[in-house]
Design a protein around this ligand. Structure first.
Ligand code: SF4
Length: 348
């Protein structure tokens, strides 16, 4: 007789509990821009594309869905936007510089709404006001996987002269900088950074320039999703797998992944539920399934369904909130104005 596998050697066979943190999935800013795009695409009704400078949100399969409905991402190459034909444009949720609106006007486009997340706008306003009051900005940001500056810091820096801001990606970046004691300094941050890493980074900057003013710009959604995973790791001592639904270039998803990796827990981030590799489940007992702020619920549901096919007897636990976040929150947008701008063009 051949050797029989015990249940823990079969992918998923040993899984007893699957924990889903309450705080996961889309945030107010992501819901807002998706609703803006939905309203615009519905009203345009296939007559022409809706243009945006960058992926509306960092979620590859979701953006593919929107492309199939008529969204065109022109990657800041305005030559791809038709000239003087009242093309409809919206900026991505990560924010843009004033050049976006100048270019849109030059090309004769109709900006349907500033769909930048309002929490990114808050940082933008704060940065501009600080610079107007003589501050130099030390902005802690990130790069995309391809090495390009993330669009959020890229948008912020375009609102000021290059001398007014330094974008810091890692603590070593402060090495070359020097400021007089009378130079007012302010730390601002990208909204989707790791809370713990940013606190460490801020302390390093403060040790060099103790008079620096620090603003807390990490957004509630980023904070809550990270806190929810950290709390579950503390609550259960037996979590041995972290599955994050989120794209490679989604910074907040990658930060969730890092929480597991730092604790030496096998952790994966992927945006397509079909990418779940059954071999990851071998010998596992208690996975956490979470998702970044740019991931809508159906993707998580699909992953959960797939996981359950490997672990049909596992108990699925929808965990309690660790914050007062309202997951239904949609930041305000001007639905009627968007519809009106489109109808005016078609005289309907
Ligand atoms: S993650 Fe935060 S900053 Fe980004 S869109 Fe969501 S709420 Fe806005």
């Amino acid at each position: 007789m051949g050797d029989r596998l015990n249940s823990r050697e079969i992918p998923g066979g040993g899984i007893e509990i699957i924990s889903l943190p309450y705080e996961q999935g889309p945030c107010g800013g992501v819901w807002r821009i998706l609703k803006i795009a939905d309203v615009a695409l519905e009203e345009i009704s296939g007559r022409e594309p809706l243009y945006t400078n960058h992926d509306l949100v960092h979620n590859v399969p979701l953006m593919e869905e929107y492309r199939s409905k008529g969204l065109v991402v022109f990657h800041n190459n305005w030559q791809l936007v038709p000239d003087q034909s009242k093309a409809f444009v919206i900026p991505s949720a990560h924010g843009v510089g004033p050049d976006f609106f100048v270019n849109a006007q030059r090309k004769g486009c109709i900006v349907l709404e500033d769909s930048t997340c309002q929490l990114v706008k808050k940082v933008e306003y704060r940065a501009k006001a600080a610079v107007a009051n003589g501050y130099h900005i030390l902005y802690i940001g990130s790069l995309l996987k391809n090495g390009d500056l993330h669009p959020e810091p890229d948008g912020i820096r375009r609102h000021m002269s290059p001398e007014a801001i330094d974008i810091l990606i890692k603590p070593e970046d402060i090495g070359e900088l020097n400021f007089e004691e009378n130079q007012r300094l302010m730390i601002l941050t990208q909204t989707t950074l790791s809370r713990t890493e940013t606190d460490d980074f801020v302390n390093i900057i403060k040790s060099r320039w103790p008079w620096v003013e620090v603003k807390d710009d990490i957004c509630y959604a980023t904070d809550n999703r990270q806190l929810a995973v950290s709390e579950l790791l503390s609550k259960y001592g037996d979590v041995d797998l972290l599955l994050v639904v989120g794209s490679e270039h989604s910074h907040n998803s990658q930060e969730l992944l890092k929480i597991g990796l730092k604790k030496d827990i096998q952790s994966y981030a992927f945006d397509d539920p079909n990418k779940l590799d059954p071999s990851w489940l071998i010998g596992k007992k208690h996975p956490i399934v979470t998702s970044g702020a740019s991931v809508i619920t159906p993707y998580v549901d699909q992953l959960l369904e797939r996981l359950i096919t490997f672990a049909p007897s596992a108990q699925v636990v929808y965990e309690d909130p660790v914050s007062d976040e309202n997951l239904e929150l949609v930041f305000k947008y001007q639905e009627e104005e968007i519809r009106q701008k489109i109808r005016e063009k078609y005289a309907i």
